[in-house]
Design a binder for this molecule. Structure first.
Ligand code: UT7
Length: 333
């Protein structure tokens, strides 16, 4: 599903991110499960990740990231009209984490809801918000990817616990004026035949956690990594190509690709297939691991604030996650 450049252009007016203070290094993880720094670095590229403090929830991290994005956009919280939080680790099953964020920000003029599209959630949110602004339903929107994955990781499973981390990233979208950038094209897709490859099997209505099954740790991430890896490379490459083409651009026009931060080998494979050199691909998974919906949002904010993206340049965001889901966006900054 994709869209070409819309009649009313929409831009990104500000970005923000938040990472909790606590750092968990590969050396720390060596003390928890049977693994090595060498295995984690060579197979994934990850060196450390952040872990939320006790009492620090997804909504707290989302709010911190949102405050920075709003400040950069120069928009007051009370003037925001739409808040979408993409997360698979909500504070509570209901109400939506976006409602807690609205409360913390004091953004009481906003409609607020969550979407669940795993690691693709931030770009799903971008497409939805862009369309709603473009159609005139809202003047602006705050989109946030936020995760406290440390609460949903089985810390006895070396296959998964080395991969994930906590954090949040946000962006403010608004109608573009003269001289502003523009979200040129967005694309997203889903393959529900692959739900078994990556999921949290317990804790929902299909498998509530009971005293009988509590010791099986069913409310934690389960993944068939190798299979996910193959789908990720294929889908992200195709998705990125679609938005580049629909923006009437070529790979040579893309100043920076900001991909989902799951595995350096996946990122290298995509860059190679897109024929984009490594120096034009942004990575920060070395520091944060895979933060699911937050990952691309945090990376976008770091790229923006570090000057890795300059005004007028073209950026491609591309993501992949459980569902399976994938999405991409081409943006003139
Ligand atoms: O964000 C959503 C999308 N998620 C992804 O994109 C993740 C995609 N998948 C991956 O990134 C990779 O598949 C992993 C990093 C998860 C795994 O890398 P792999 O190269 O596919 O390894 P593998 O699963 O084939 O495991 C290779 C070996 C196995 O041992 P045997 O069976 O060959 O003896 C594992 O038991 O590595 C073993 N292993 C480990 N060894 C040390 C698995 N995890 C660990 C570990 N430390 N942490």
């Amino acid at each position: 599903m994709s869209d070409a450049t819309s009649a009313v252009p929409v831009c990104i007016a500000g970005t923000g991110s938040y990472l909790p203070e606590k750092v968990l290094t590969n050396a720390d993880i060596e003390k928890i499960v049977d693994t090595t720094d060498e295995w984690i670095v060579t197979r994934t590229g990850i060196r450390e990740r952040r872990i939320a403090a006790e009492g620090e929830f997804t909504s707290h991290m989302a709010t911190h990231a949102a405050e920075k994005a709003l400040a950069q956009a120069g928009i007051a919280a009370e003037d925001i009209q739409l808040i979408i939080v993409a997360t698979i680790t909500p504070d509570t099953l209901t109400p939506a984490t976006a409602c807690y964020v609205q409360q913390r920000l004091g953004a009481f003029g906003a409609v607020a809801f969550d979407i669940s599209a795993a690691c693709s959630g931030f770009l799903y949110s971008m497409k939805i918000a862009k369309r709603l602004i473009s159609d005139g339903a809202f003047e602006n929107a705050l989109i946030i990817g936020a995760e406290k994955l440390s609460s949903f990781v089985n810390w006895e499973d070396r296959n998964t616990c080395v991969l994930f981390g906590d954090g949040a990233g946000a962006a403010v979208l608004k109608k573009a004026g003269p001289g502003d950038g523009e979200i040129l094209a967005t694309e997203m897709g889903t393959d529900g035949r692959q739900t078994h490859l990556l999921n949290i099997p317990g804790g929902g209505s299909a498998c509530p956690i009971t005293t009988e099954n509590a010791d099986q740790r069913l409310a934690t991430l389960a993944m068939l990594g190798k299979e996910v890896f193959k789908h990720a490379v294929t889908r992200m490459k195709q998705s990125a190509e679609k938005v580049i083409e629909r923006s009437n651009l070529t790979a040579d026009d893309i100043a920076l690709v900001v991909p989902h931060q799951a595995n350096l080998r996946i990122i290298d494979a995509i860059a190679d297939r897109l024929d984009i050199p490594a120096e034009r691909v942004f990575t920060n998974l070395q520091k944060y691991g895979n933060t699911s919906a937050a990952a691309v949002a945090i990376a976008l904010d770091e790229a923006n604030r570090s000057g890795a993206i300059k005004k007028g340049e073209h950026v491609v965001l591309v993501v992949f996650g459980a569902g399976l889901t994938w999405a991409a966006a081409a943006i003139r900054w």
